[in-house]
Design a protein around this ligand. Structure first.
Ligand SMILES: Cc1cc2nc3c(=O)[nH]c(=O)nc-3n(C[C@H](O)[C@H](O)[C@H](O)COP(=O)(O)OP(=O)(O)OC[C@H]3O[C@@H](n4cnc5c(N)ncnc54)[C@H](O)[C@@H]3O)c2cc1C
Length: 422
């Protein structure tokens, strides 16, 4: 079949890869000049299958209230005159109910664990390189109360297949010697040996290159403006290519199957044709620090729940990323939030790398209120979704793409997950 995947982020490119592996004639369309240039560009780098708990949890509303109005808050809600933002916030509150949190965590973890296996298999078959490290992920704690809660949650996750283990402070330092610099404050950690890290952008670029070599076609610089339907199926996608290429101008792209992998922008195309997609952009920041000749940067990927930050070593760079701002589609860099990332890094790891220059970046996580992505069919027989991966798009991309290819081929995916239905 002829399939067009709209969106060349990590999610769209992996979907294209698995669809092409099934023998389909695949074209990827994106408004950018290359793969992975929006939210998949400079994320935290974690493949965090066992840390798949959503932000919507019973303690989230109080945390958000506590931080309200603080410019450096890890979780910041900036109220706007935007009906979509308020509707999303209300749905988020519902997802904070304990029963919803548990079922969302299980959904995310099932897909994430499956995805980690798919990534490992993909690496074995292609030899793809993306500064990957398979040293696990360690969540470190300075507060005894938060450590006790995390240890309890880890026990619960183990019941559902997560491989999280509580570690003493000394064990944490043995896993990641860079933590010796803050050993005095450390009370313990939660370690997931099977988790990984790597550069999502490099992965997306490399996989797109391999896909192109295998026959996948790419249309860069093309914006999808609208989907045109006859009520039963999608008849075409109205597109615009402003730059001077052979496709310059307006056109209708027509194909057998349409896949929407447009990240935070997916609802802008889906809402007008009546496909529900409760996705709102949640802005996050990253700072990339050159390690240089410094010896104090961690190698094992780390999570800092107190500040909602993650640290991943990407070759000779240290990436620190995180924080969440519910403030619409703007991607401007806030000086205070950028400075907070760097300050925390050097507070924990004084010899982590060069203090200047640091590369700052902000991206928009395509978040559903539950953080459970939308993968599967829609009411239109030839329109499929692979979007809304929120905080875990890199972690879940391979599993989502593989499962979507199964659904399109009429096979049952090898993962227990609530796929969207028509
Ligand atoms: C600070 C930060 C840290 C993160 N850390 C992690 C992490 O450690 N681990 C993890 O798993 N996840 C992490 N994430 C989340 C992860 O990066 C995202 O979930 C993931 O990148 C989403 O991928 P995507 O392909 O859906 O979206 P995108 O990468 O945004 O791709 C969507 C594509 O659609 C294109 N597009 C949009 N609209 C149109 C249009 N109308 N026409 C044509 N093209 C269009 C865009 O150009 C873009 O290329 C983090 C995110 C942030 C912001």
């Amino acid at each position: 079949m002829r399939i067009v995947v709209f969106g060349a982020g990590v999610v769209g490119i992996t979907a294209a890869w698995y669809l092409a592996a099934d023998g389909h004639e695949v074209t990827v369309v994106d408004r950018q000049p290359g793969p992975g240039l929006e939210t998949s560009f400079a994320n935290g780098g974690q493949i965090s299958a066992s840390h798949a708990a959503p932000w919507a949890n019973p303690s989230a509303p109080l945390t958000i209230l506590k931080w309200l109005g603080r410019a450096d808050a890890p979780l910041l809600f900036r109220p706007r005159m935007d009906r979509r933002q308020w509707r999303w916030a209300m749905q988020f509150l519902v997802e904070c109910l304990p029963s919803r949190t548990l079922s969302n965590t299980i959904q995310c973890m099932n897909l994430a664990l499956y995805s980690r296996d798919c990534l490992e298999a993909l690496r074995a078959t292609t030899g793809i390189e993306y500064d990957q490290l398979t040293r696990g992920i360690l969540e470190f704690h300075f507060d005894p109360k938060s450590f006790a809660e995390a240890a309890k949650a880890a026990e619960l996750m183990r019941e559902y297949g997560g491989d999280r283990e509580a570690k003493t402070a000394d064990e944490c330092v043995a896993i990641e010697p860079a933590l010796a610099a803050c050993r005095e404050r450390l009370v313990g950690g939660i370690f997931t040996a099977g988790d990984e890290s790597g550069d999502a952008h490099r992965f997306t670029q490399e996989l797109a290159r391999l896909a192109a070599a295998g026959g996948v076609a790419f249309r860069w610089g093309t914006t999808v403006e609208a989907l045109v339907t006859d009520g039963i199926s999608v008849r075409g996608a109205r597109c615009f290519t402003p730059v001077d290429t052979e496709h310059r101008g307006r056109e209708s792209i027509e194909t057998d199957i349409y896949v929407i992998a447009l990240g935070s922008y997916s609802p802008l195309l889906l809402a007008p044709i009546g496909v529900p997609a409760p996705i709102y952009p949640i802005k996050g920041y990253s700072a990339t620090i050159a390690v240089g000749s410094h010896r104090g940067a961690p190698l094992t990927s780390l999570s800092d729940p107190e500040r909602k930050l993650v640290f991943s070593r990407l070759g000779e760079r240290l990436r620190v990323a995180g924080t969440a701002e519910v403030s619409g589609y703007g991607r401007a860099l806030d000086r205070i939030r950028c400075a907070a990332l760097v300050a925390r890094t050097f507070e924990l790891f004084p010899d982590a790398g060069e203090r200047e220059p640091v590369q700052f970046w902000a991206g928009l996580r395509p978040a559903t209120p539950s953080n459970v992505p939308l993968v599967g069919a829609t009411r239109y027989r030839n329109l499929f979704l692979d979007t809304g991966h929120g905080t875990l798009g890199w972690t879940m991309a391979c599993g989502s793409g593989r499962a979507l290819a199964d659904l399109i081929a009429g096979r049952k995916p090898h993962v227990d997950f609530a796929f969207t239905r028509g």
